[in-house]
Design a protein around this ligand. Sequence first.
Ligand code: ASP
Ligand code: MG
Length: 439
Amino acid sequence: MKVMKFGGTSVGKPHRMHEVANLVTRDEERKIVVLSALSGTTNALVEISDSLANGDRSSAKQQIEALQAHYKKFVLELLAEEEPRKKANHVLNEHFEFLTIILKISFSQALNKDILAQGELLSTKLFSIYLEEKKIDHVLLPALDFMTIDSYDEPQVGTIKVKLAQLLNKHKDTNIFITQGYISRNAKGEVDNLKRGGSDYSASLIAAAINASVCEIWTDIDGMHNNDPRIVDKTKAIEQLSFEEAAELAYFGAKILHPASIWPAQFFNVPVRLLNTLEPSAKGTLIAEKAGSVGVKAVAAKDGITAIRIKSSRMLLAYGFLRKVFEVFEKHRTSIDMITTSEVAVSVTIDDDIHLGEISKELEAFGTVEIDTNQTIVSIVGNEIAETKDVMKKIFDALEPIPVRMVSYGGSKHNVSLLIDRRYKDETLQLLNKGLFNL
Ligand code: ASP
Ligand code: MG
């Protein structure tokens, strides 16, 4: 059995949704098809929710009406026959009635989650009606019946596994199952979600729970690229990555895959394949236990980084100093990405500066604190690159004109990270593309 996940743009236009139906009927393997909301929908729902939270009902009303009009048009183009169109309009009425009712009740976090869930509920129901019109046998599995997270927002793979097995058992003759990405039930039994972009995470959790042969993530690019195609002219798709390499890349900015979606696949050893709906026969990128080849695979960048340097002569020969520093970050639930030390100073980076004020105040007790905002981590990822000849030389030769603020090397065998000011990012990525890949 396999999992096929389609992102927002893959279902965002009626003709694209038709293409998804072709793709899921291409082979006979039993499958669970995970869908995102139509592109733009979750953003629209966030706006509606924000308007309500701000008490601006008239904006919320307008936003709901605009979204409804969009869906009405979508249905007309998605479906050809009278009966399925009627059925789809009925589904729209049901969901938009809910959105209209919320205009009258008071806003809460639970309501916010209910609002955000509408996108995936709509996309899967509409897709199911389209399959029905095409007489394609399938079953719609409500994600809210099996996808659960605990009180720390952590998905419970064990529970998901048991619940899914029970549901699948009820439909032994069915080959195609459709379900919603992103949405889940929380510890209180309320509707919740796996955070923005979480449909990939749903897919890999489902793949882990059913021990799938493969977890296919379908988007509209031909796999993970060796560099950011928006910034660098010549990039190419990577054929194969290990789970570790993919995790580093996904975390450090490769937008194609949600970083959390790596661990379930890795832990349960389900290969992940990144595929392109616009070019279905292209190989895409395989993410599996083995890296495929040695050497540099890709460069990725993550913006919005803050660097903090703590200088203290008390650090000299002292033990326990780093622990005290780390405790400050732990206390404020802020995770550290990069770290470098010298005998009298330590520099760390964080990507979440909500508690920066409190953190820096507490750090001042240990020494002078310097803060640089607007930094970018550039990560060079590859199998055993730390041991690959000349990699460091090539990196530093390529980056000769760039002032590098921090270097992290040796933390893992698969990664070298550099910290630079955000304004040098584009140039850095371009120079590395030339220096490392000769592109
Ligand atoms: N629809 C959700 C979002 O836009 C989840 C997803 O597409 O992965 O964030
Ligand atoms: Mg996505």
